[in-house]
Design a protein around this ligand. Structure first.
Ligand SMILES: Cc1ncc(COP(=O)(O)O)c(C=O)c1O
Length: 394
């Protein structure tokens, strides 16, 4: 048995909440995860004990806040196998992807999957671009891509390691090997990977990566932009202002190096400190164990769904904690609303910010259940029992 101990649930205060005398079943962690008490304490601790700006003043509180902020950078780097100097803080993954796109000349050819989250689709819409070929399992087709790459010589490939809408994983290492061999720059959108599985950027050898804090048990409003040390050309700051500079004169300025040069103005200090606590917590639990736990719950859900005649799975992905499906004759939002109102089960419905994916496969809006370390087999059974009732409503 690869499941985590039920005692991890005690770390998540929201799981204590009851509605109508019944506990909430939270199955929407791909949208945003619940937060452990340790993260909440870290944020509250900043407000109650350490409130001060970072990297500016030399008084005690500012030094403590700066130390905590920079410690978080180290904790996050450690979680993803990077060096702290490779980790810059942004607002979220979307901002990181936009900053990356702004740094790439629009005449450079960029390759991306058509099935990406809008956050890794729209920032590239004005670049010369092409869509990566997909195989019958909806994964990037590496053999077909090799021919395209050799003929068209793209400058950059960018893709999410895990599709938020389907739960499939692309062949990440093969894609990165191809990029290395052909001299193509690479961006990994790790939004659905960090905190859900082990990520080692040192061995994965991409040039750039990003992820959001709120999906990895951290606070909202903070994300990460990774730049491999030595990557050339290095990213240039887009937002200019306080703290990201060494020197300012009226006829010019000298920016600080990455990552500090990317962090203009007062950052989300409490968010960063909370994210460091999340990274530390995830490392303690172990990301391999979390992946095994979520995969097993997803397997049990898929297995149960296969026995429900009017519920149709949208992907057979077997290596992530994301399961998407539709209920014959019912709208996805309708199913989600019934799940919430009648069963206290929170699932996501719609296009999952990946509308071109749905257009490509002529797929209607779907329902998505997504797991994290705090979910249980009992919750899977509750969802299956609820689906058995709901399928009769169409
Ligand atoms: C794969 C992927 N990329 C990017 C994003 C955007 O994340 P955020 O809204 O936190 O910027 C998401 C959010 O769902 C996602 O799943």
């Amino acid at each position: 048995m690869t499941l985590l101990s039920l005692s991890v649930r005690n770390d998540f205060p929201l799981l204590e909440r009851e509605v109508g005398g019944k506990k909430i079943v939270y199955l929407d962690s791909s949208a945003t995860s619940l937060k452990p008490q340790r993260v909440i304490d870290a944020v509250v601790g900043f407000y109650t004990q350490q409130t001060a700006n970072v990297h500016r003043s030399v008084h005690l509180l500012s030094e403590e806040a700066t130390d905590a902020y920079e410690m978080s950078r180290k904790q996050i780097a450690s979680l993803v196998g990077a060096d702290a100097r490779e980790i810059a803080f942004t607002k979220n993954a979307t901002e990181a992807l936009n900053l990356l796109a702004i740094n790439v000349d629009t005449n450079n050819l960029v390759g991306l999957p058509q099935i990406e989250h809008h956050s890794n689709l729209l920032p590239w819409i004005h670049h010369r671009h092409f869509y990566l070929p997909l195989d019958e399992d909806k994964r990037i087709d590496i053999e077909a891509l090799k021919n395209i790459v050799r003929n068209d010589k793209p400058y950059l490939l960018t893709f999410a390691t895990v599709s938020n809408a389907l739960g499939i994983k692309h062949p990440v290492q093969e894609l990165l090997n191809l990029c290395r061999a052909e001299g193509i720059k690479s961006i990994l959108d790790l939004s659905q990977s960090v905190g859900h599985e082990t990520v080692n950027l040192f061995s994965e050898s991409c040039d750039f990566a990003c992820f959001s804090g709120h999906k990895m048990l951290g606070p909202s409003g903070v994300g990460v932009l990774y730049q491999r040390e030595g990557t050339s050309p290095a990213l240039q700051p887009h937002y200019l202002g306080g703290e990201m500079v060494h020197q300012v004169h009226l006829d010019g300025f000298e920016a600080r190096p990455f990552p500090w040069g990317m962090e203009s103005g007062t950052p989300n200090i409490e968010g960063v400190i909370g994210l460091g606590a999340a990274a530390e917590y995830l490392e303690e639990i172990g990301t391999d164990a979390i992946a095994a736990h979520c995969n097993q719950l997803a397997d049990e859900l898929r297995h149960g769904i296969s026995k429900l005649p009017r519920v149709k799975l949208q992907s057979n992905a077997a290596d992530t904690g994301i399961v998407t499906f539709e209920v014959e004759g019912l709208s996805a939002h309708g199913v989600s609303r019934i799940m919430s109102n009648r069963f206290n089960i929170m699932v996501r419905s719609g296009f999952h910010c990946a509308q071109p994916l749905h257009e490509l496969y002529e797929m209607p809006e779907t329902v998505r259940a997504s797991f994290h370390l705090y979910n249980t087999q009992e919750e899977v059974q509750q969802l299956l029992e609820a689906l058995a009732v709901v399928q009769e409503m169409s």
